[in-house]
Ligand binder design. Structure first.
Ligand code: SF4
Ligand code: SF4
Length: 211
């Protein structure tokens, strides 16, 4: 079965990809993520997937346009549930692409993340599947999340610190501050100034691969 796998970055892909192949799926990736901001972060995640391909030649279709305006047009970011719009935007694109390009089925790495709203993703995908007549491959690989992160570390892949949009970046870091301290050498002399992110209190964290 020809499966189109929507991929938002390489982190959640590492372990589930082999599982899908073991089941006999011929997997092609689709990178379409207008939700990733700002531009340099978008480029980093796109590049991480290219780096992943160096050791695993999965074919990938890249949508390389930076989609900030598209995201802002399509998502009700002032409401409480921008993620539903964001999921739907990306999955609709994936389903349409699958239908127009001879794929039998689709799914998304978002379903493999412990940080995403799994049930909401499942419902949106099932509805799109019925609407467009493309089979939705539902798999819950959240148990492989740690394994995926280990592989990503070994492959030295870029691992992001927040889900994607500027709102998630704010939610991730708003309760942190930067702490400055001096490093000393064995003679007690100051050698360098180091800064690090310090959590003030627990905040919403999504896709926190750096944790
Ligand atoms: S870590 Fe987040 S952005 Fe990366 S593949 Fe998983 S769900 Fe997508
Ligand atoms: S937090 Fe993640 S899923 Fe939600 S709107 Fe932002 S990028 Fe999309």
């Amino acid at each position: 079965m020809k499966l189109l796998l929507h991929i938002c970055c390489a982190c959640c892909l590492c372990a589930p990809l082999d599982e899908l192949r073991k089941e006999g799926f011929r997997v092609t990736g689709l990178f379409y993520n207008p939700n990733i901001h700002p531009l340099l972060e978008f480029r980093r995640r796109l590049k991480a997937l290219r780096v992943f391909q160096e050791s695993d030649p999965i074919p990938v279709i890249y949508h390389e346009d930076y989609g900030l305006r598209e995201y802002l047009r399509g998502v009700n970011y002032e409401g409480d549930d921008r993620c539903a719009d964001c999921y739907a935007m990306r999955l609709k694109f994936a389903v349409s692409y699958a239908r127009q390009n001879g794929f039998d089925s689709f799914t998304s790495t978002m379903l493999f993340s412990v940080y995403q709203n799994h049930e909401q993703l499942k419902i949106i995908s099932e509805n799109l599947s019925q609407e467009h007549g493309i089979h939705f491959v539902y798999r819950d690989y959240r148990s492989l999340s740690e394994c995926s992160q280990d592989i990503a570390r070994k492959k030295m892949l870029y691992r992001q610190g927040y889900c994607g949009c500027v709102f998630s970046e704010y939610e991730r870091y708003k309760d942190t501050t930067r702490e400055m301290y001096k490093g000393n050498n064995s003679h007690g002399k100051v050698t360098e100034t180091v800064t690090k992110q310090v959590p003030i209190k627990n905040g919403l964290q999504r896709c926190d691969c750096l944790g």
